[in-house]
Design a protein around this ligand. Structure first.
Ligand code: GUN
Ligand code: FE
Length: 424
């Protein structure tokens, strides 16, 4: 049996809005599964090696439920256009470069290492339409210790002719080739990824929906991100009253579906999410950068919709999830103002819950450091910052969310394994 005992100020989010803090606590995992959090070390572990991090914060690591790996090279660039123009001008040409497997290897190994070093251990991630680059991405994530789902993107219409395109037949064939080739990955699994309704013919959507049912595969896509996009979807599917119905019609609206953005999802669309158990992924940076809008996250939470957070790089300009939490909180304050002060903004404990426990729930984990969960954790050492007064663990977490602390993440565990150590 392998045993991990981590000592420090253990802070976790067991429910939305609540933080449990235990200074001088012990987080114990056996064979990669959490046994418990203890104020003193249980008798049975007496004499076992303890990683003692002193006063440092021991936190749940992050789940980023929506990001585009092949947009990593353009992170922080091209924010002067709204979604549909932005895709054509920036995103598609950048993704096209991943036809080159050497380039894919170089970029994806770097992305995987940056994710782990910054405490993101679970993802739902878009690749590009290229099968070989997608397999390289999965290899690099697994090697670095990032777990979760990756999708070869399907896009058989309205793409970039001569640059980034696939026929319906190629899309089908390559999806099957990709699914065959990725069977042996242990921690990174495939997820069907119709880019969004305007990118996929009805024939392709029907093929993917059937595949999702036959092979019990999860699905990810984009939903109601931008008003021009929604008008386009209405034109393409005059028979569907709302955007979500274009996915539902083809079997892509399931309890394992992850839908990014949902900025303009009204009460009816949100109810469809709740009824089906679809997860909405809030991508606050991206929604602001490419002028999509401010998502009604509080309404979704009140109505019982599952919500998690996504960096959505490179529409989003922040890969690191501390920043993504801060952006989500800021967006919720803008939403409050737009709603005539009638909706509450997200608190730091709520934002933290969405970036950790809520994302982990998609992977069938219980909130917080619950016994039975896989060990996904990070150590944050913030002891060289000036303090206005002796700070509580909750205040330290707030500062970690808002204030970039380069080098403060000292160690990361993913799926029970230590995958990053600042000591090298
Ligand atoms: N909708 C379809 N593709 C994309 C993408 O790459 N980024 C964002 N933000 N929205 C999309
Ligand atoms: Fe996206």
């Amino acid at each position: 049996m392998s045993l991990t005992i981590i000592k420090g100020t253990i802070l976790s989010a067991p429910t939305l809005g609540q933080l449990d803090a235990l200074p001088g606590g012990y987080l114990v995992a056996e064979d990669g599964l959490i046994r418990g959090v203890y104020g003193s070390l249980p008798e049975q572990y007496a004499g076992a090696p303890v990683e003692d991090w002193g006063d440092a914060l021991i936190l749940q690591s992050f789940a980023d439920l929506h990001l585009h790996a092949p947009q990593y090279p353009m992170l922080g660039m091209g924010m002067d256009l709204p979604l549909l123009d932005w895709l054509n001008a920036y995103a598609f040409p950048t993704e096209a470069r991943f036809a080159d497997t050497g380039y894919a290897r170089e970029i994806y190994s770097r992305l995987a290492r940056e994710l782990i070093a910054n405490g993101t251990t679970r993802v739902c991630m878009f690749s590009s339409l290229h099968t070989d680059a997608t397999l390289i991405l999965m290899e690099e994530l697994e090697k670095a210790g990032v777990t979760g789902y990756v999708g070869k993107v399907n896009m058989d219409r309205n793409a970039a002719p001569g640059l980034l395109e696939e026929t319906t037949e190629e899309s089908r064939r390559e999806t099957l080739r990709w699914l065959d080739a990725c069977q042996d990955f242990r921690l990174v699994k495939p997820m069907l990824t119709p880019r969004f309704t305007p990118s996929c013919t009805n024939e392709l959507m029907a093929f993917l929906g059937k595949l999702a049912a036959e092979r019990d595969l999860p699905v990810q896509s984009h939903l109601s991100e931008n008003q021009a996009e929604m008008a386009w979807v209405r034109q393409l599917h005059p028979g569907c009253q709302q955007y979500w119905e274009t996915y539902a019609k083809y079997g892509l609206w399931t309890s394992r579906a992850v839908m990014a953005h949902c900025v303009w999802s009204d009460a009816r669309e949100r109810q469809a999410m709740r009824d089906a158990g679809v997860t909405a992924v809030h991508c606050a940076d991206s929604n602001q950068n490419i002028c999509s809008g401010v998502a009604p996250v509080r309404a979704m939470l009140n109505e019982g919709v599952k919500v998690a957070l996504g960096s959505d790089i490179a529409g989003g300009d922040h890969l690191h999830m501390f920043d993504v939490v801060a952006a989500s909180i800021r967006a919720s304050k803008a939403r409050r103002v737009l709603d005539n002060w009638e909706t509450d903004f997200l608190t730091v404990p709520e934002g933290w819950y969405l970036a950790t426990s809520a994302g982990a729930a998609y992977f069938a984990e219980q909130p917080g450091f619950a016994p039975g969960n896989h060990l996904h954790a990070l150590v944050l050492a913030d002891d060289d910052l000036p303090q206005p007064h002796p700070m509580t663990p909750q205040e330290r977490l707030e500062r970690a969310v808002y204030l970039r602390q380069g080098g403060a993440i000292r160690a990361v565990w993913s799926e029970g394994r230590k995958v990053f150590s600042a000591e090298g």
